[in-house]
Design a binder for this molecule. Sequence first.
Ligand SMILES: Nc1ncnc2c1ncn2[C@@H]1O[C@H](COP(=O)(O)OP(=O)(O)O)[C@@H](O)[C@H]1O
Ligand SMILES: [Mg+2]
Length: 258
Amino acid sequence: MAEEVDQFAIRVSELVVGFGRQTVLDHLTLDVRKGEILGLVGASGGGKSVLMRTIIGLIPRRSGRIEVMGAEISEARHVTHTAAGKWGILFQQGALFSSLTVRQNVQFPLREELDLSQALMDEVATAKLEMVGLAPEDGDKFPSQLSGGMTKRVALARALALDPPIVFLDEPTSGLDPIAAGDFDVLIKTLQKTLGLTVFMVTHDLASLNTVCDRVAALAEGKIVAIGSMSELLRSEHPWVKAYFHGKRSQMLQPRKI
Ligand SMILES: Nc1ncnc2c1ncn2[C@@H]1O[C@H](COP(=O)(O)OP(=O)(O)O)[C@@H](O)[C@H]1O
Ligand SMILES: [Mg+2]
């Protein structure tokens, strides 16, 4: 198929999104390459989650074009149905269903989209849990019994349930301690390598940006104002990007740049 020759997993061009009088994304253009981990940084309230939700069709746009794996994304209609298997999502408030066990949470997309026997679903759930570093016994636990890091892993296992080629992660390591965050980073990198996943990740975690992201994009004033490797971003002359990476809070990470 034609999309096989396309090197881009996601293409966004001239995207305009707003609410009432507020314009959040203002002619934003962004390409995500197949198989890369792209990190997205931007001010709080700058529109990172809105961008992600608009790409997957959850938020209507005023104008602009969005393509995912070579197919144009139509607007905010029948999203869950048409999206089956196209992408996995770990939302910022990526809550699991608290009344379902871990295994049932992971099986949720399978139940929605496929007609599998319980035995097969259990097999898939076990495989997905293993993929994210959890034991089969963890499948019997309820969300309230999980640590923050485990919760993120289960949410990731659920996002991967239908073997999507792309995953969207909205601040996956926020709220995790540095060790759990580092472990999650390693997991993402491993999945990218072993599954050939394309990962679109919103993050404020400078360590994640340094260690797992192939490229980093900066969102400011509704646009992508810089995109490239971490070292390229560190050399950006854009005022917001400079303030973000060279501001006081980021000083301690400077020695890690290469
Ligand atoms: N469904 C919505 N309705 C109205 N305003 C929204 C909606 N979703 C987000 N916004 C607004 O859009 C802006 C960008 O939000 P968001 O994308 O969540 O920021 P962040 O970059 O922190 O993820 C904010 O001003 C937010 O209040
Ligand atoms: Mg957000």
